[in-house]
Design a binder for this molecule. Structure first.
Ligand SMILES: [Mg+2]
Length: 175
């Protein structure tokens, strides 16, 4: 049961994923959650750190696709300045958004990783889609109210995960 909530890796932030390393692992695209993973949920402007990382990804020809449960207009507005590709209304933890992205870009499950700050949406959706996942820490501590409720559940799930998988740890990078 707890297996469906297990992330493949856990790192502090999306910027900790080194594009050169991803390339060497054969990863062709990074799928990512929007709020609190790529940008703080209450601040839609990308940081210089994000822009540097995006440029590095592009250099290695790795595609970035935002996969968000938010509606089209909200996601479009959030990613407009960064010119990111996106899927809206992904219905995570359903695999439907991830599958739509795989189909759209002609990618196989093993070509991608999915990054997100929530076990109950991002990690669960990844496992449902049979895609490797990276759990990151939320960029800001405050959350929208729905997320606050999920966070309480996630603390309980994380305890069960640590018990079942003692090797599951926050890492500097994925390996
Ligand atoms: Mg999020």
């Amino acid at each position: 049961m707890i297996k469906q909530f297990k992330p493949t890796w856990m790192v502090n932030a999306i910027y900790d994923l080194q594009p050169a390393k991803l390339k060497s692992m054969g990863i062709k695209a990074v799928f990512t959650d929007l709020d609190n993973t790529v940008i703080p949920w209450n601040n839609p402007d990308g940081t210089p750190q994000l822009r540097t990382w995006l440029a590095e990804l592009a250099k290695f020809n790795i595609r970035l696709v935002v996969i968000s449960n938010n509606k089209h207009a909200r996601v479009a507005r959030a990613v407009h300045n960064l010119e990111l590709e996106f899927i809206s209304r992904a219905f995570k933890p359903s695999p439907s958004g991830i599958n739509r992205a795989l189909n759209r870009y002609h990618l196989r499950n093993e070509d991608v990783i999915m990054v997100g700050d929530q076990i109950l949406t991002d990690v669960w959706a990844s496992n449902n889609a049979h895609v490797r996942s990276v759990l990151v820490k939320p960029l800001v501590d405050s959350d929208a109210w729905v997320t606050k409720f999920n966070r309480k559940l996630e603390i309980i799930i994380m305890k069960a995960l640590r018990k079942r998988y003692p090797d599951l740890k926050w890492q500097e990078e994925i390996k």
